[in-house]
Design a protein around this ligand. Structure first.
Ligand SMILES: *Cc1c(COP(=O)(O)O)cnc(C)c1O
Length: 419
């Protein structure tokens, strides 16, 4: 459920007409609903009510906006970060250092040091080499870093190849068959407090089956590690729950997910950790765009909008679907391809799709844009960096400004020797 609904013929975010935001802030613009984000955070937590002791860490990469992170911090969420920059954001948004988990295959020495300096709760190690480096840095300052070992369970998540992470050929984690030996060696190191294992097999999962297979393998691994005399107190089960992008999509609900987790992990006796991203933020945001003009095409018209692949990259890189709707629908439809102004054929949001009829200067939205939307935006074709707005009932605020090309140019320099 989300709070982007028609009221008196106009799409609203909570109590604010999207046309008002478009007029006052300009387009394209991302709009988030506080009530929707809070609801999703609560529904996910509620789904895990039978899963024992849990720790929730929002996957910052899905939506790193400081206001969004603050909402989740207020909901008792920590953060799953994958860079020093995300770590700084989580702290700036008010998340407690001990509630932060640091994931990622390429944490640099500087990033590991930053994590230790800030006293974060857990490092999810993705290789033995990373564990040795972290242990060395921690030991040299007389500290012990809390860590888990991320395991690659060799499970096909059944999702888009570019968002699958748990097959043995993927770069993430250590292969499950060698995990016990690596765990044994890392647990000997002075600077590490190795306390468990972690897993994350991919994103936008449409079925619980791969997750259940994966979690069952993790259960066997925990038993094997304990059998070898290791202490295992934490298991991080990652993120990955899908969201509906199309009306007919029917991903598992947080309640169904939570019931499966409770059943599979019943006698693990650990703190279970979760890293949801998309399921919290995806349907908490839309992107508003304005129709620049309609251009006749071979098989159907092109609706050329002022948003482009630089603002919302998912269709271009994952063939992703985002529903398109008019902000003030007439009730009529049209078959059209919706495209942006960028000089790339991949700058297309919808191909010959039945959509609300729109004309020049009309406003439309792309739905389910709250996750992996603004955070992937860039300034290709020297376009501005897209702004973000947060709505709360009948008020709203610009929570990320539009960054104009002139501001970006100001950070570039033509060297003297070219003058
Ligand atoms: C991307 C990612 C997540 C979040 O995935 P969602 O599908 O958005 O829930 C969680 N954990 C790790 C390690 C990730 O890389």
């Amino acid at each position: 459920m989300d709070h982007f609904q028609l009221k008196n013929g106009v799409l609203h975010a909570e109590d604010i007409p999207l046309s008002q935001i478009a007029e006052e802030v300009g387009t394209p613009v991302y709009v988030y609903s506080r009530a929707t984000l809070e609801r999703h955070a609560q529904v996910f937590r509620e789904g895990l009510k039978d899963a024992g002791k849990i720790h929730l860490a929002f996957a910052v990469k899905a939506n790193p906006n400081l206001a969004v992170l603050r909402i989740l911090a207020n909901q008792g969420y920590g953060a799953d970060v994958v860079s020093g920059g995300e770590l700084q954001r989580a702290l700036a948004a008010g998340m407690k250092a001990e509630d932060i988990v640091f994931s990622g295959v390429g944490k640099s020495r500087e990033e590991l040091t930053l994590g230790l300096d800030q006293g974060i709760g857990q490092f999810n190690l993705e290789s033995e080499e990373e564990g040795v480096m972290l242990a060395g840095i921690a030991a040299s300052r007389g500290a012990k870093a809390s860590a888990t070992l991320r395991v690659n369970p060799d499970v096909d998540a059944g999702t888009h190849a570019k968002i699958s992470t748990g097959k043995k050929e993927n770069k993430f984690g250590v292969a499950i068959d060698v995990a016990p030996a690596i765990y044994a060696r890392l647990s000997q190191l002075d600077g590490l407090d190795l306390r468990g294992v972690a897993v994350h097999i991919g994103s936008q999962l449409q079925s619980l089956d791969p997750l259940e297979t994966c979690y069952a393998r993790m259960g066997e691994l925990v038993a094997q590690l304990r059998g070898a005399g290791h202490v295992v107190t934490h298991v991080d089960l990652g993120g990955g729950l899908g969201v509906p992008y199309k009306p007919e999509d029917n991903p598992p609900s947080p309640a169904e997910y939570g019931a499966m987790v409770a059943r599979v992990t019943r006698d693990w006796d650990v703190t279970l950790m979760f890293e949801p991203g998309r399921v919290i933020a995806g349907n908490g945001g839309v992107m508003i765009t304005k129709v620049i003009r309609i251009k006749p095409g071979l098989d159907s018209d092109f609706v050329i909008v002022d948003a482009a692949m630089n603002d919302l990259m998912r269709p271009a890189i994952y063939d992703a679907w985002h529903d398109f709707e008019a902000v003030e629908p007439s009730g009529e439809t049209m078959v059209a391809s919706i495209v942006g102004p960028i000089c790339e054929s991949s700058d297309i949001f919808a191909k010959q799709r039945v959509v609300d009829r729109v004309e020049t200067d009309d406003l439309g939205i792309f739905r389910t844009a709250g996750a992996y939307g603004a955070t992937m935006a860039n300034t290709y074709n020297s376009r501005p960096l897209v702004p973000e707005v947060l709505v709360d009932g009948d008020r709203y605020a610009v929570v990320a400004e539009r960054i104009e090309p002139a501001t970006i140019m100001a950070a570039e320099h033509v060297p003297d020797w070219l003058k």
